[in-house]
Design a protein. Structure first.
Lengths: 302, 640
């Protein structure tokens, strides 16, 4: 713990480390979902601190939808190499074979098949009994009451009627055979906390978070980056080059960019502090149907 | 027209000197809790344009304030979910100002309120109690204050809301404050800060209101930003629960965990609370380089100067100021499960990083949370608070909750469903640690039975020779053993060859045989064991004699009611054949009659029931009568 971390961040850090260690101590086969974004970067950094000088006693898992930004995949492989940890990559081959894609199937079906079902397949295949996710409660009004340890049945179902109260730091980690737990060590962090911490601890993040000239087209009011040749341009449509950055990172056809000149972390944080729109605005999946978060969660998406 | 009060020039890295304030908001429905939280978020510009646009739309549609913004809509959503039956105990909101960050635990009202408040309170340092200025103090206000006090929150803000609706009446405010202070005299608050506010219009929320010139205190936000709630945990005796043993290779053995209280440096003496073994801290290992001190709240890894036998669950502490170590203690229990407390039943207790089997040995009384008065109780239901004695199967280290919230709190877990059944707050230990001499303390039957987590009994199998008594008794014993129940099987084989080898088969000897068996069975129950006795025991008088020897309810007479013809047909040892040939005199069923029990606790083996079915019937009886628990994974759980 460095001295230039505020007492606020230091406490968040300690609490997250406690959660990471608790899972390592109480579960047989934990895994950390690594989605390459800023939250995953912080979570991975915390895991390295929590178990130092040991390596974190669990592998990383990336559920690849095959539509991630290319820079994300490059960054992922570098980050994993730096951490010296095992990375498991799972692709829902069956979904791929069915030709599911964000363009042909729509964002909901794509996310459901490639992400939600993909995740379940991976958890079942490797028989993980606990999976860390980087979700935060401040992301959305509906997540405010989310548990840190979220219990799932053997069928990965979340039972909203039967959640365990969380008292003090005494997490009830007991599960029956076949059941599993989703664990969110960053529950109490806000978006700004995450960036402040990345700055204070000098944590590498995907350069897509910083403004740069990138080829984009405008679709339904959102700026979508043309990241590879799979992008179906409409007749006469020509990508423009604009200085943009991303506030969240997901599948490139589903992630809206924002116009920005903030080319590095301090500039970006300053811009964000002055910002007046919320993080999820750029995430196209949330606009699909209202209350969709709740539904996705019940189906096993984070 | 909206005017967000914009935060001053944003700083890049927060430098707030005071740590995050974790607070709990409580109030009855419609007291204005959501409005207050919504306003705080709004005034700190934490409501962003897209959210604001949605809010303005929603306010016009569902709001309660005409065309004005209904701030409550910013945080609501809990009610609708509640209607769908989603369990919501606490919703967390995050507010931060240039001076301080806040984590607000917001608990919805209605049923389950005790459970929800306790959950939110467990991580809070301060509570805002909302009161409607027009209504004054209600029963709920007392209830909320009592729970807040019980969970150890020492600071409360009495927010007298809707003060605009009383015409900013000073006298009404003063009366509410006086009433509250007189009630709170019985509680354990260190500070009480009454503030007259209007959540809807913003009076005294983040700016001092011109409408309340008679109020000379700070506005709510100012107060929250500057309130020092630190308990000075850093200066308290050192407590550290080992969470994970860090062994990257043979030359490094570290103990990872979070410091509950105290401050330590390399070279400091420590002791393992349970074993009493001493050592010194060698290094405080961190990824960015070793630290030269670590303090309460820090997640760290220690190495020790000596090889110490330490595992997850152990508590390292200050040798000069140690926690209590005991397997029995008194505590408050806040019941959180729909399944009632069953005293004597085995639950799992998780305290710090330790999980052990535990049972409530005595429920002293229940608390009326409105008045804190004592009520008699045999059990605890959802949302009830009780004062109990508990016994764990092995000693644990703890402090009273009032001295240390981390080492004084625990949860109870239902072993069958894995639900979190209760929150516990330790009051004090009930007897000294195992390593302190125990002479003078006599250990009674109750004590012996307590550590076994089942009740002693004598299962008396009576019936004809060849009726299946021993087969059934053996099956029952195997099942009990599988659940971790301590048993002994007494039958002709092990009794006649030892204890009773001097006895023959005369009338007198037969009675003496049963008398001795009864005495042995009684000793077994004194030891806390379930004794299975399998004897023909044809006479009612003998069986009654054993019944009378034992404590009431401990003699369970099981009549193995196999018809004589079946027994003769089976004749496993060829005894019937011999008896019918006149070679054995007084053979039960042939030369001597069998007196069937008149009111046995159980009849088995009639009408072609199999031995397996009979054994299952015996197990259900033991479960139903509370001799053993109705779970079957007991064996595994003991190895935690
Ligand atoms: N006049 C006035 N009305 C208020 C005040 N605070 C809340 N209200 C109104 O009281 C009602 C209930 O408020 P709400 O925040 O939903 O209460 P909750 O159930 O405690 O969350 C709403 O119609 C609010 O607009 C206040 O300070 N003054």
């Amino acid at each position: 713990m460095k001295s230039d971390v505020s007492p606020h961040l230091r406490r968040l850090e300690s609490e997250s480390i406690f959660i990471l260690r608790e899972v390592a101590a109480e579960f047989e086969r934990p895994v950390m979902l690594y989605s390459i974004g800023k939250d995953s970067s912080v979570m991975l950094h915390l895991a390295q601190k929590a178990f130092f000088p040991s390596k974190p006693p669990f592998p990383l898992l990336h559920v690849d939808t095959t539509w991630k930004f290319r820079e994300m995949i490059t960054f992922r492989d570098e980050a994993v190499k730096r951490a010296g940890m095992e990375l498991l990559v799972h692709i829902n081959e069956e979904g791929l074979a069915r030709g599911v894609s964000p363009f042909t199937s729509g964002s909901s079906v794509h996310t459901q098949v490639m992400k939600t079902e993909g995740l379940r397949q991976a958890l079942d295949f490797w028989r993980f009994d606990a999976a860390f996710g980087g979700a935060r409660r401040d992301e959305e009004k509906s997540r405010a009451k989310e548990r840190i340890f979220s219990h799932r049945s053997a069928a990965h179902a979340w039972d909203p009627r039967n959640q365990r109260p969380e008292l003090w730091q005494l997490f009830n980690t007991r599960i029956k055979a076949g059941e599993s737990m989703r664990v969110f060590p960053l529950s109490n962090w806000t978006e700004l906390d995450v960036w402040d911490y990345i700055l204070a601890e000098n944590i590498p993040v995907v350069p897509l978070y910083f403004a740069k000239k990138r080829p984009v087209v405008e679709r339904d009011g959102a700026l979508i980056m043309v990241d590879d040749e799979r992008f179906p341009l409409q007749p006469g449509e020509v990508p423009r080059t604009e200085s943009v950055r991303f506030r969240t990172l997901g599948c490139y056809p589903l992630t809206g960019a924002i116009r920005s000149q903030a080319a590095n972390l301090p500039e970006m944080i300053a811009e964000m502090r002055a910002s007046t729109t919320s993080e999820r605005q750029g995430r196209l999946i949330d606009h699909d149907e209202s209350g969709s978060m709740e539904k996705k969660k019940r189906e096993g998406y984070f | 027209m909206l005017e967000a009060v914009h935060a001053e020039a944003p700083t890049l890295i927060e430098t707030a000197a005071l740590p995050t304030l974790r607070l709990l908001t409580c109030g009855s429905v419609d007291d204005g809790k959501s409005t207050l939280i919504g306003r705080l978020l709004f005034e700190q510009s934490l409501i962003l344009d897209d959210q604001l646009a949605a809010l303005e739309r929603d306010s016009r549609r569902h709001g309660t304030d005409g065309d004005n913004i209904d701030f409550a809509l910013l945080v609501d959503g809990l009610e609708a979910e509640r209607e769908q039956g989603i369990t919501i105990d606490v919703a967390y909101r995050y507010v931060s100002t240039p001076r301080r960050s806040f984590i607000i635990a917001d608990t919805p009202g209605h049923e389950q309120y005790t459970r929800n408040m306790a959950t939110g309170a467990s991580c809070a340092d301060l509570a805002i109690l909302l009161v409607d200025a027009r209504k004054g103090l209600l029963t709920q206000t007392f209830r909320h204050a009592a729970i807040v006090s019980l969970t150890g929150i020492r600071h409360v803000v009495l927010a007298v809301n809707k003060i605009d609706l009383t015409g900013f009446d000073a006298a009404g405010f003063e009366k509410i404050v006086a009433d509250f202070k007189s009630f709170a005299a019985n509680l354990t608050f260190e500070t009480i800060m009454p503030i007259p506010i209007s959540a809807r219009h913003g009076d005294n929320v983040s700016k001092k209101s011109a409408n309340t010139p008679w109020y000379d205190g700070p506005p709510l936000l100012d107060y929250l930003e500057t309130m020092d709630v630190s308990q000075d945990l850093a200066a308290r005796p050192f407590r550290f629960a080992v969470q994970w043993v860090n062994r990257p290779h043979l030359d490094f053995r570290g103990f990872s965990g979070t410091i509950a209280s105290g401050t330590v440096r390399p070279g400091d003496d420590i002791v393992v609370a349970g074993s009493g073994r001493h050592s010194r801290i060698a290094r405080i290992v961190a990824a960015d380089g070793d630290l030269n001190s670590a303090t309460a709240g820090d997640a760290v890894t220690f190495t020790m100067v000596d090889e110490l036998d330490v595992a997850r669950g152990d508590i390292l502490c200050d040798p000069k100021n140690r926690p209590e170590v005991s397997d029995q203690f008194a505590a408050h229990l806040i019941w959180m499960s729909g399944d009632k407390l069953i005293p004597g039943r085995s639950y799992l207790l998780k305290a710090g990083t330790r999980t052990v089997p535990v049972a409530v040995t005595e429920l002293k009384h229940r608390l009326d949370v409105n008045t804190l008065g004592k009520l008699p109780a045999k059990t605890l239901s959802l949302n009830e608070v009780g004062v109990c004695n508990l016994a764990t199967t092995s000693p644990i280290a703890f402090d009273p909750y009032k001295d240390n919230h981390t080492t004084g709190a625990f949860i109870l877990i239902d072993r069958a469903t894995n639900a979190t059944a209760a929150a516990g707050l330790i009051a004090h230990g009930l007897r000294r640690a195992a390593n302190i001499h125990r002479q003078g303390l006599s250990v009674g039957k109750q004590d012996r039975s307590r550590i076994k987590h089942h009740k002693p009994a004598v299962l008396w199998f009576t019936g004809l020779s060849g009726s299946g008594k021993s087969t059934i008794a053996n099956l029952v014993e195997a099942r009990l053993y599988g659940r971790g129940v301590h048993t002994i099987l007494l039958d002709g084989d092990n009794v006649r060859h030892g204890l009773n080898k001097d006895l023959g088969f005369t009338e007198v000897d037969r009675v003496e045989n049963i008398r001795r068996i009864g005495e042995v069975a009684k000793l077994m129950t004194d030891a806390g064991v379930i004794a299975l006795c399998s004897f023909i025991s044809p006479f009612r008088a003998e069986r009654a004699m054993v019944r009378d020897l034992l404590a009431k309810g401990e003699f369970i007479e099981i009549f193995v009611d196999t018809p004589l013809e079946t027994c003769i047909a089976r004749d496993p040892k060829g005894l019937y054949k011999k008896a019918m040939a006149g070679e054995i005199a007084n053979f039960t069923g042939i030369g001597q009659s069998y007196e069937p029990p008149e009111a046995p606790e159980l009849i088995v083996a009639h009408q072609g029931q199999t031995a397996e079915q009979a054994a299952a019937q015996v197990i259900s009886l033991l479960t139903a009568e509370g001799f053993i628990d109705d779970i079957d994974d007991l064996g595994d759980d003991w190895s935690i």
